[in-house]
Write a protein of this length. Structure first.
Length: 181
């Protein structure tokens, strides 16, 4: 079994959660099995060891991006930066608000989290509408960093997020695609 199929076989689909008609893609089984978790992290590590893709910093989106991003940063020997939901960071921050299906959300980043010229890998567990990743990118760029790529375990292409991010010029790397939401 190839890596994509192996990882996909460990993602649980929870029907009708959080709302009727939604097929929730749950990555917690990937994290629970040490062999599967190692395969997941190793796949990202091998990609980002390539000098042309090697980041100087990994930024993870709240909250599941913290899990993958911090381990990946550790394995690559680079720093990790959390992009948090509004009101969770104790120091001076910059913020970015983005639209959700029903309302809006705001994410924040410490003003000293990255430096101008840092090469940042932006990571999350899943790309749906792309709003969170786009907001994270804008935050990092406000501070002068270059987002070299957005990465996620799962892409839900039917929701249009990956297309939106690619159209905005953000290279993407995802491991598993699910059709239908």
């Amino acid at each position: 079994m190839d890596t994509t199929a192996f990882l996909k076989s460990h993602i649980r689909t929870v029907p009708d959660w959080p709302a009727p008609g939604v097929q929730f893609r749950d990555i917690t089984p990937l994290l629970q099995d040490p062999r599967v978790f190692r395969e997941l992290i190793d796949t990202f590590v091998h990609r980002y060891m390539d000098p042309s893709l090697r980041p100087s910093v990994v930024a993870g989106l709240d909250a599941r991006g913290f899990i993958i991003g911090s381990v990946l940063a550790y394995e690559l020997g680079v720093g990790f930066v959390p992009i948090r939901k509004k009101g969770k960071l104790p120091f001076t921050t910059v913020e970015e608000t983005y639209e959700l299906e029903y309302g809006s959300a705001t994410v924040e980043l410490h003003t000293d989290a990255v430096k101008a010229g840092d090469r940042v890998l932006l990571i999350d567990d899943l790309i749906a509408t792309g709003g969170t990743m786009m907001a994270g990118r804008r935050l990092l760029e406000k501070l002068g960093a270059e987002v070299i790529e957005g990465a996620a375990i799962v892409d839900l292409p039917e929701l249009g997020g990956s297309r939106k991010l690619l159209d905005a010029g953000l290279p993407l790397f995802t491991l598993v695609h699910f059709e239908g939401h």
